[in-house]
Design a protein around this ligand. Structure first.
Ligand SMILES: [Mg+2]
Length: 257
């Protein structure tokens, strides 16, 4: 049974090596309100819709559920700040556009989902298209009535792409919420370790590390993504190709995600 569609996350998976844009913006917007947010805190719930992420972060810092007016206030400040810096973090991760092209040549559709809003996703779509990466479908939480960890964006992707059943589809992402989204949708889940939120470094900063430090970071990220339920963990979405045959072999044996 062939794989019909692969759905990629955006930041940390297809663009923005290290998923830096949302972390930097969340830290900035919280610090403007006098709340210091560590990198680790900003990354914990990465991938869920941005408004939910702000609410979760505020709850973490306050030690309890925040007033909705405070969430509104921070989210209103967050949107223009995120929009303003998004273009700087829209570089396609090396090899991802080529990988998508190879899948398409095999007849596999390319979908995409995100925790960003529609205007933010549109910025990434335009910048990625200029670099040769254009998925067949690109959905944000408001398109589907909710974001991760719910499976709605994946279900709507299946409808838009015309692909089924869900167990012939694969979700690739860099966060725990990506894995939850894929699992909740009944899809195979593939996590990316090196390029994403778990390590949180730009391509340049990662390359500058000593080889032993790189290995330690990747091993730790791989273990955490595997523990979160990913069926496969790879370094970058650019390395996905061999898993097509692997997953198709499992399907042929009657195995399911
Ligand atoms: Mg991501």
């Amino acid at each position: 049974m062939p794989i019909t569609a692969v759905i990629l996350d955006w930041a940390g998976t297809a663009v923005d090596h290290g998923s830096l844009a949302p972390v930097r913006t969340l830290q900035k917007v919280f610090s403007m309100r006098g709340i210091a947010v560590s990198e680790e805190e900003a990354r914990r719930d990465m991938g869920i819709p941005k408004r939910d992420h702000i609410r979760a972060l505020l709850a973490l810092k306050r030690g309890g559920p925040p007033a909705e007016a405070d969430v509104d206030d921070l989210y209103a400040a967050f949107i223009p700040m995120q929009m303003a810096c998004l273009e700087e973090y829209a570089t396609v991760i090396p090899g991802v556009a080529e990988m998508a092209g190879r899948l398409r040549a095999r007849g596999i559709k390319i979908g995409s989902t995100t925790g960003y809003t529609r205007p933010m996703l549109d910025v990434l779509l335009a910048r990625a298209a200029a670099q040769g990466y254009t998925p067949d479908c690109a959905l944000c939480p408001e398109d589907a009535g909710g974001g991760r960890p719910a499976p709605w964006m994946c279900y709507l992707s299946a409808i838009r792409l015309g692909t089924y059943p869900m167990h012939t589809m694969v979700k690739i992402g860099d966060t725990i919420s990506d894995i939850e989204e894929g699992r909740n949708a009944g899809m195979w889940t593939v996590a990316v370790a090196r390029t994403g939120n778990m390590i949180g470094l730009s391509e340049t900063d990662f390359a500058a590390l000593a080889p032993a430090a790189q290995v330690t970071l990747v091993q730790s990220a791989r273990a955490r993504l595997h523990d979160a339920g990913a069926e496969f963990v790879i370094d970058s979405a650019a390395d996905f190709d061999p898993l097509v045959d692997e997953i198709e072999a499992r399907l042929a044996k009657g195995l399911r995600p």
